[in-house]
Design a protein. Structure first.
Length: 121
């Protein structure tokens, strides 16, 4: 299947992040609730079980065919790092972002590591 075929119908950005980041993205117009009541965002706090984060990640990356990009706060990605590092699909694209209380660390970003590896060979 070509990249164009994989991308067809994908128009949403999904978000797995803390409340402040999620609120900002929703205010910017990213938020969506489809006809089945599914949201394209998942709010994580310190009480959120890792299994719920994994379920949201799997839903956005495997089950939903309307998601083009998944933004995940890096500190949240660290909680499910094996799952994030194993993800290699082009669509939806997976990008780690910083959050208000957790700065971005490029050494932890799997996508950046793969890009650096490509250019170093």
């Amino acid at each position: 299947m070509s990249s164009a075929q994989q991308a067809a119908g994908r128009s949403l950005i999904a978000l797995i992040s803390d409340e402040d980041s999620t609120t900002g993205f929703i205010l910017a117009g990213v938020g969506d609730v489809n006809k089945d009541g599914q949201k394209n965002f998942f709010v994580v706090d310190n009480k959120t079980p890792v299994s719920d984060i994994e379920d949201a990640f799997m839903n956005f990356t495997k089950e939903r065919k309307d998601i083009a990009i998944v933004l995940i706060s890096q500190y949240v990605a660290d909680k499910i790092r094996p799952l994030v590092d194993k993800y290699t699909q082009a669509f939806p694209a997976l990008l780690e972002i910083p959050s208000k209380d957790h700065p971005y660390d490029p050494s932890k970003d799997g996508v950046l590591k793969r890009v650096q590896k490509l250019f170093s060979e």
